[in-house]
Write a protein that binds this ligand. Structure first.
Ligand code: LAG
Ligand code: CA
Length: 477
């Protein structure tokens, strides 16, 4: 269910009892923030929920696809379904169910990545991870030749022209056998898979390759799911393409790829030209439908201007995203790589190696295969609490000076980032009470010297390539 500010849940845990008591702690509302745990085994996700993700205040995790897939070392075998048994190199059905249970107990919903546009893309027959035999257009017990689009529009039925709606939705994405999602029997079988995952307790789905299915097909498949099932449609915006993300807002939320595309250049130039993104916002999906991210598993291997490799600047972009009042943020946590196909570290039998995160931070050097553990970076954790405190307070107009930029969420918190090489003191008009405040991003020992509020102005000292943030609850007593 989409409850952006789950006051109810907080009240139930008794957290609200300490809020609103004079000078005490401010009210906090659990923020709707997700974390994508790319290619992380179910057992490890359960551990992460208990040790890091729940305590940090994330409200949901996005998993990699859980269904049976082709056999191989690459990460992308996950995106070639062989059957819809929940059995993969990330774990068994029982492990998946246990993860959903344990994450739920830690206050974290699970959103599963649902690959429903297509099956495999191999021309040769094979046997899937869980032992199911298949051929390119034959998946015994699930789908046969006539259940697929055979578009007949291009050589090998592959998508060639993204300017053609018909090709994008009925031809094949990189040779992947394209399901005829307009057919009632296909819809019913895909619906049964989603129902099965719901029976294990998932809260919703990322709809993989949604752009490659007609919006009506997606609406028909998810429309029969129980009320409150969360749907995150992956529709990569192509500004000149006929299929636009707005077509899919009727059946759920939509990943807004333009958000990161517009945010990242502000950092690359080392100078904030339009940090409020005021020119761009009208071209993004409405705030209450938008899922925003700095990068994801595809863009970190492609278009993303900022990834874990950018260390502190990547953290700053995440800080600004988490401070924003536009959309629902999803933080990304993957593993280091040099080869875009390289899968996660695995055992000799192919199962992905379990891994949980200890303390990590943006400046850490990660070597290939090592997890980035972004969910434990102190600046990310600090900003989740910041977001819990600012709640839905309006974002006030931004202020910039040189390479620094910041803004207030009215009366609740201030945030500032500096992408340059010199320390900058930024003056941000604010309705916060006068006093000294601790920075919640660096989370080092606080002497209150970094942020001082007096006469309705926050003076924020921002070190080079750093972010500083304070909220109503970080005031020095
Ligand atoms: C997605 N969203 O729409 C996923 O986020 C993205 O990661 C998937 O591509 C894609 N759509 C299909 O679900 C990934 C890799 C591709 C890979 C594909 C299928 O980025 O590289 O293709 O998954 O596994 C691979 C080979 C292709 C080959 C294809 C079929 O790279 O060369 O044609 O497999 O054998
Ligand atoms: Ca399709």
């Amino acid at each position: 269910m989409r409850v952006p500010f789950a006051l109810v849940a907080l009240a139930a845990t008794g957290l609200l009892a300490t809020a609103c008591t004079g000078q005490g702690e401010p009210e906090r509302a659990a923020p709707d923030v997700g974390i994508q745990l790319f290619q992380l085994p179910w057992v490890s996700i359960a551990d992460e929920c208990e040790q890091n993700i729940g305590p940090a205040g994330f409200s949901w995790v996005l998993t990699s696809p859980p269904q049976e897939h082709i056999v191989g070392d690459e990460w992308w075998v996950s995106y070639q379904p062989v059957s819809h048994q929940i059995e993969s190199r990330l774990g068994t059905r029982d492990e998946f169910a246990d993860m959903v249970q344990r994450c739920g107990d830690a206050g974290v919903d699970v959103i599963a990545d649902a690959v429903i546009n297509h099956m495999t893309g191999q021309d040769a027959p094979g046997v899937g991870w869980a032992g199911s035999s298949y051929e390119h257009y034959s998946y015994p017990g699930s789908f046969e030749f006539d259940d697929f689009h055979h578009c007949g529009l291009t050589p090998y039925d592959d998508i060639v022209d993204y300017g053609s709606r018909e090709q994008v939705q009925t031809c094949e994405l990189v040779n992947l056998a394209d399901l005829d999602t307009s057919a009632p029997a296909v819809r019913a079988r895909l619906g049964a898979y989603l129902d099965d995952l719901l029976s294990l307790g998932v809260a919703g789905f990322r709809i993989d390759a949604a752009k490659h299915m007609a919006a009506d097909d997606v609406a028909a498949i998810v429309g029969r799911l129980p009320e409150g099932t969360r749907i995150l449609n992956e529709v990569i915006r192509g500004p000149l393409e006929p299929i636009q993300p707005e077509e899919y807002t009727g059946s759920g939320e939509v990943f807004e790829f333009s958000y990161a595309r517009d945010l990242a250049p502000q950092f690359e130039s080392g100078l904030f030209s339009d940090p409020d993104l005021s020119d761009e916002r009208p071209m993004h999906v409405p705030a209450d439908r938008a899922i925003v991210f700095v990068d994801n598993h595809d863009t970190e291997r492609g278009e993303a201007g900022l990834t874990y490799r950018d260390g502190d600047l990547y953290l700053l972009a995440n800080v600004l995203m988490l401070a924003d009042d536009y959309g629902t943020p999803v933080v990304y946590s993957g593993y280091a790589f040099s080869d875009r196909d390289a899968g996660p570290p695995a055992e000799s039998d192919g199962t992905v190696t379990d891994s949980t995160c200890g303390a990590a931070s943006a400046g850490d050097l990660v070597t290939d295969g090592e997890r980035t553990c972004v969910q434990t970076w102190p600046g990310i954790v600090g900003m989740l609490d910041w977001r819990a405190v600012v709640g839905d307070a309006p974002r006030m107009p931004g202020v910039s000076a040189g390479d620094a930029y910041g803004f207030e969420r009215d009366g609740r918190g201030v945030v500032a980032v500096n992408v340059g090489d010199e320390e900058i003191v930024l003056e941000i008009p604010t309705a916060l009470p006068s006093g000294d405040y601790c920075d919640v991003v660096a989370a080092s020992a606080c002497d209150g010297a970094d942020i001082t509020v007096a006469d309705g102005v926050a003076s924020v000292t921002v070190p080079p390539r750093a972010a500083v943030a304070a909220h109503l609850g970080s005031r020095v007593p």
